[in-house]
Design a protein around this ligand. Sequence first.
Ligand code: FPP
Length: 259
Amino acid sequence: MDGNGRWAAERGLPRQDGHRRGADAVRRVVRAARELGLPALTLYAFSAQNWDRPRAEVGHLMRLLRLFLRDERAELLARGIRLMAIGDRGRLPRFVRGPLAALEQATAANRDMTLCLALSYGGREAITAAARALAADVAAGRLEPGEVTEGRLGAELGTGPLPPLDLLIRTSGEQRLSNFLLWEAAYAELYFTPVLWPDFGRAHLEAALASYVRRQRRFGLTGEQVQAAAGKETPGRQDARNFSGRESDPQLASWRPGV
Ligand code: FPP
């Protein structure tokens, strides 16, 4: 969700106005994602590194989060959306942590979509914490070093309730991951758009999905192997996930613009 500051600067407004309009875009995009049938949406709302921003900006972002958690409660419940968070929630102020935990609990049984907020989140930090947890298990004799597997490490990352990451969108023209879902993005399709986050809406999400469905995902296989595994599937949207043992998401796999 990059570009709030530049959106504001272009209009001679304070950065806070950019974040406020960014929060409006969050509401729009969550609704669009649900209507388009996406199983999950993870938003990079506040990174572990964002704590080093000016105190006033951090405070403003925390207040926007609190408002979001308060104002979106009814909508998330009505639309069957489960809310969860990843990141170091212990660093969040109590006025965010409390409503966050309450909304996670209230929406825990919702199954139509998962909205995951990355808060005080860093991909390296998450991997390090997971490695530390497994190291502690090994040191305590609960685990053999040989039992430290991709599956076990992945399960420690906090993203376990989410389906595999298929598409990673970065707004504002930047082309880097900036410590977001580093492990999970191993085979994600990357999509970069110059659109600043406060301007991002349903049409932009649809454009990203349209790009995604045109790609061939090979997961290290050859294009021929993927085609053979896909059988009679229409060229232009074959997917190696079934071939590599990953569970394919039927809604996203069949998504087409305008559907
Ligand atoms: C990065 O853009 C954006 C952030 C660090 C904060 C994102 C927060 C929101 C969109 C609003 C609050 C979130 C929720 C879930 C209600 P930037 O500020 O670095 O923009 P710039 O690169 O143009 O300066």
